[in-house]
Every structure is written in structure tokens, then in C-alpha cells.
Design a protein around this ligand. Structure first.
Ligand code: ADP
Ligand code: ADP
Length: 218
């Protein structure tokens, strides 16, 4: 469960995120819908302790991210797939992360299998397509078997097969009782993936309701 209370971020004069209060529940996919620049990434970064709120608090299962003993086991996130491309193989990348998080080696093989990268795990990830890079990013997020998962615009630039795969993965993670929070600027994406919707515009929360309710009213 993710809980925000008066969560606010100011960049100079600009109010990027303006007093957000919300609860994101386990066992369902919660979509975060809003146009580019609305404040979605900033909100997600604050949840992950990568950005400090100007005001307000946000916790995961009652604790701020920065107070967690073993964050990789509590929360996994896919923020920017480009950041993980490099000279190393998918296996090396995941193994390094596993060591950082005190995660057993067999879990590396498990997540490679889960995202369908077992066959290419020893190749340099530099040659990966966008979709494969995305799968590696997701494997990294799943490594600690976290109860909370966040995906920032995960389907951007993917082919239809990749989009369907990510949608199904998010649904199955939610069906396992995990908390799944996914952002998109596309309503169509939310209709197909999310159970619950948080809608944000210019840093403010515009709606917080089940997806079907949002569709009926708009
Ligand atoms: P979204 O993810 O919905 O596209 P962002 O959270 O990236 O929106 O951005 C929200 C607003 O905050 C935008 O106006 C953006 O320009 C601004 N912003 C985001 N990050 C920074 C930053 N590091 N410095 C200054 N302004 C920023
Ligand atoms: P089963 O469906 O066979 O009971 P589990 O759900 O118990 O399998 O999963 C076995 C291991 O893999 C556990 O650590 C579980 O949390 C993890 N796991 C299974 N599916 C996923 C998934 N889609 N994403 C992340 N971890 C998963």
C-alpha cells in the first residue's frame, strides 16, 4: 500500500506536484493518468525517495522509502529503461543488483525466465531492442520479489506484442496481491490495464475512482 498526504513538489516557482493525498491499494492495478508534464514522474520519484517532497509525506506500507531496511524486497520500479543499457549482459546486470540487495543467485534465473530473457541473458545488453531493455528493467524491478511495483510509462515505444505482455504481467502481479502503480498519458492504456485510476493535471489530483466510474462520467 502506498499512502500520500499533502505530497507537494516545487521546482523554483513551479508547483510540479500540488498537495496530493491518495491511497494505492494492493491486489489491483492503479493507473496514474495525466498529460505530459502533469507531475506523474515527479510523484513516482518522491515515492521512491529519489526526490525530496517540498511538503507532505509519502509512505510504502507505513514507512518512507528511505527508512526501509531492504528496499529491493519492498518495492520495485521501472523508471527509465535507457539507463540500464550498457556493456554488460542481462545476467551480469541482475547479478550485481542481486548482490546489492542480498538476493539469492537463483532468483536471477527466476526473473530472467519470468520476463522471457533466459535465451539472451549472456549477451551484451547493448544490442537489446527497446522491448528487451524494458524486459530487463522489469526483471530488475522483480528481483527482490517486492510487494509494491511501480511502472512509469512502461509501454511507450513498444510493439503490440510487448504492450500486451506488459499489460498481462501487471494484471498477474496484482492478482498475486501486490500493489501495482502504473503511469500513462493514454486513456486507452488505462482502460485496458487499470482497475483504479488516479488522474492528475497540472500537479493536482482530478479524479480518484474505479476506471469504469471514470469512463461513465467522462
Ligand atoms: P509527467 O511525468 O507527468 O510528464 P513530470 O513529473 O515529469 O510530469 O513533470 C512535472 C512538472 O515538473 C513539469 O512542468 C516539469 O517540467 C517539471 N519538472 C520535472 N522535473 C523537474 C526538475 N528536475 N527540475 C525542474 N522542473 C522539473
Ligand atoms: P505459483 O503460481 O507456482 O504458486 P508463485 O506465485 O508462488 O508461483 O511464485 C513463485 C516465486 O516467483 C515467488 O517468489 C513469487 O513471488 C515469484 N513470482 C511469481 N510470479 C511472479 C511475477 N509475475 N512477478 C514476480 N514474481 C513472481
Amino acid at each position: 500500500m502506498i499512502e500520500a498526504e499533502g505530497l507537494t513538489k516545487r521546482y523554483g516557482e513551479r508547483l510540479a506536484v500540488d498537495s496530493l493525498t491518495f491511497t494505492i491499494r494492493p491486489g489491483q492495478v492503479t493507473g496514474f493518468l495525466g498529460p505530459n508534464g502533469a507531475g506523474k514522474s515527479t510523484t513516482m520519484r518522491m515515492i521512491l525517495g529519489l526526490d525530496t517532497p517540498s511538503a507532505g509525506v509519502v509512505t510504502i506500507d507505513g514507512k518512507p522509502f528511505t527508512a526501509m531496511d531492504n528496499p529491493m524486497r519492498e518495492v520495485g520500479a521501472l523508471l527509465d529503461a535507457k539507463a540500464i543499457h550498457g556493456g554488460r549482459s542481462a545476467y551480469q546486470h541482475l547479478w550485481c543488483l542481486a548482490q546489492l540487495g542480498g538476493i539469492p543467485k537463483r532468483r536471477v534465473d527466476e526473473v530472467l525466465e519470468l520476463v522471457g530473457l533466459t535465451g539472451v541473458a549472456r549477451k551484451r545488453s547493448k544490442g537489446f531492442s527497446l522491448g528487451m531493455g524494458q524486459r530487463l528493467g522489469i526483471a530488475s524491478a522483480l528481483l527482490g520479489d517486492p510487494k509494491v511495483l511501480m511502472f512509469d510509462e512502461p509501454v511507450n515505444g513498444l510493439d503490440p506484442e510487448g504492450i500486451l505482455w506488459i499489460r498481462n504481467l501487471m494484471k498477474s502481479l496484482a492478482a498475486q496481491g501486490r500493489t501495482v502503480f502504473v503511469s500513462s498519458h493514454l486513456m486507452s492504456e488505462m482502460e485496458n490495464t487499470a482497475d483504479h485510476l488516479l488522474v492528475i493535471g497540472r500537479g493536482r489530483l482530478i479524479a480518484d475512482c474505479p476506471v469504469h466510474e471514470f469512463i461513465r462520467k467522462n
